[in-house]
Design a protein around this ligand. Structure first.
Ligand SMILES: Nc1nc2c(ncn2[C@@H]2O[C@H](COP(=O)(O)OP(=O)(O)OP(=O)(O)O)[C@@H](O)[C@H]2O)c(=O)[nH]1
Ligand SMILES: [Mg+2]
Length: 447
């Protein structure tokens, strides 16, 4: 028995179409009481078809001409009877539809409740359900692509294969203990050493994808640094395509670091424009410079900007140092529209003012992102997954050491159980209710 939940699935902005979802034992009855199909009686609606008809509000008056569809348990997203109303996307109409459904016995769905039901009814594994949230939050094509891999079970399948292999080891041992005379093959732990090592290696490999996965999901931190007046803010604006930062001829214009998102090569960059690096006497500016250097430290990609229309100065050395300590850096020799007074091998010549060289700079950024954005199969993006995978890997490492030290099977299997239980938690087996609730509460309403 499940109560009936309903929610607007399409947000609260005006749109061409707005969808209200309903799920639970009373979903179809709730729909029948608010929707009158034109072609058939509501009760005769078939699953998987769209019907055109009238939407009635709580007092029975027609508020919209819309479409509706039903799915019957267990062949639906949640595994329960479900229905959807595809209305005109006015927040007012959708609110009326919802109110009428509440009057017909449904209640407001909580955040993530549809997906939680799908998980509890075995329609989705937990890592897949979590990927649904990642997919909705995706800010770049690569993030969406990675989420869909997880949704289709990429992480789950790996964890499950390892889990099954560990369970097979335990049950073999258990069989030799429980049925010593039944011709069960002798249990020799050493024979499983290869299985344990490759499981550990596979988990470590998966854990090592987290860093990239995290950047694909959350964006890669990038800082634009350079001496005052080099044209950092101008370049920031040119890359973003609009006048985000203040640009003036006064050296020391930018104080606070400004951050924006930019998609390059399918990947999101969290790009910051920063205060010009120099020895500042003004303490507000000095604080800005401290922040600029902190942004450069935190960045994976540092773009150093130099003024090509002037000779290099000692202040530029600070920029070079910031670039050297970054994992990846690109030099931009700016103001290419003016006569060239300095040179820098390997730098991209740009003019933030005329736009010359900006495409070349973007190409360089794309190439620099290649280690993060290149093809690689599914990446871990979720900290919860990382934690369980690391726990499982470290339990396996202890088990392997125990085998090497000649420990008894019991002792080794106890450690193996820890690995199994970490993998079980990853996959959403034996999770406590509060943990499940916490995971789904991060979703949006209607999902
Ligand atoms: N001719 C020319 N002038 C530029 C170019 N880029 C920036 N400028 C000018 O250089 C001056 C400084 O530009 P900003 O973008 O504010 O420089 P900044 O590096 O952000 O300076 P601070 O914020 O003070 O550190 C402004 O007058 C810009 O118009 C360029 O490519 N060509
Ligand atoms: Mg600036």
């Amino acid at each position: 028995m499940s109560d009936t939940i309903a929610a607007i699935a399409t947000g609260d902005k005006k749109s061409a179409i707005g969808i209200v979802r309903i799920s639970g034992d009373g979903a179809l009855n709730a729909l029948f009481s608010v929707f009158r199909p034109k072609s058939v009686r509501a009760e005769d609606m078939e699953a998987g078809r769209l019907y055109y008809g009238e939407l009635k509000d709580a007092s029975g008056e027609t508020v919209d001409l819309c479409l509706a569809t039903i799915s019957k348990a267990p062949r639906s997203y949640t595994g329960e009877d479900t229905a959807e109303l595809h209305c005109h996307g006015s927040p007012v109409i959708l609110a009326e539809a919802l109110r009428a459904l509440f009057k017909a016995g449904a209640r407001q769905a909580e955040a993530g409740e549809f997906t939680k039901r799908a998980f509890l009814n075995g329609k989705l594994d937990l890592t897949g359900a979590e990927a649904v949230a990642d997919m909705i939050d995706a800010e770049s094509p690569l993030a969406a692509k990675n989420a869909v891999l997880q949704l289709s079970g990429a992480v789950f399948a790996r964890a499950e294969a390892i889990y099954d292999a560990l369970v097979a080891i335990s049950s073999h041992f258990q069989a030799t203990v429980d049925f010593p005379d039944d011709g069960v093959e002798d249990f020799r732990l050493e024979e499983y050493r290869g299985t344990l090592t490759s499981a550990r290696d596979e988990l470590n490999r998966l854990a090592s994808t987290y860093e990239r996965g995290r950047f694909i999901r959350g964006g890669l931190p990038c800082a634009i640094v350079g001496r005052p007046n080099a044209g950092k803010s101008s370049l920031f604006n040119a890359l973003l395509g609009y006048e985000r930062a203040i640009v003036t001829p006064v050296a020391g214009t930018t104080r606070d670091a400004l951050s924006e998102s930019l998609t390059v090569g399918g990947m999101t960059l969290r790009i910051s424009d920063t205060a010009g690096l120099r020895d500042a006497s003004d303490f507000i500016e000095a604080e800005g410079i401290r922040r600029a250097e902190a942004a450069a430290d935190a960045a994976r990609l540092v773009i150093g900007v130099f003024d090509g229309s002037q000779a290099l100065t000692p202040e530029d050395e600070r920029t070079m140092r910031a670039m050297e300590s970054a994992p990846v850096s690109i030099a931009g020799l700016n103001k290419s529209d003016l006569p060239k007074l300095s040179d820098m091998p390997g730098a991209v010549r740009v003019s933030a003012k005329t736009g010359e060289g900006i495409d070349a700079l973007t190409e360089r950024i794309k190439a620099a992102l290649e280690p993060y954005s290149g093809e690689s199969g599914a990446l871990l993006t979720n900290e919860r997954h990382l934690r369980h995978i690391e726990n499982a890997a470290s339990a396996l490492a202890s088990a392997i050491t125990a085998v090497e030290l000649g420990a008894t099977p019991d002792a080794v299997l106890t450690v193996l159980e820890e690995a199994q239980s970490a993998l079980a938690s990853l996959m959403g087996k034996n999770l406590r209710d509060d943990v499940v609730n916490d995971i789904f509460s991060r979703f949006c309403v209607g999902k």
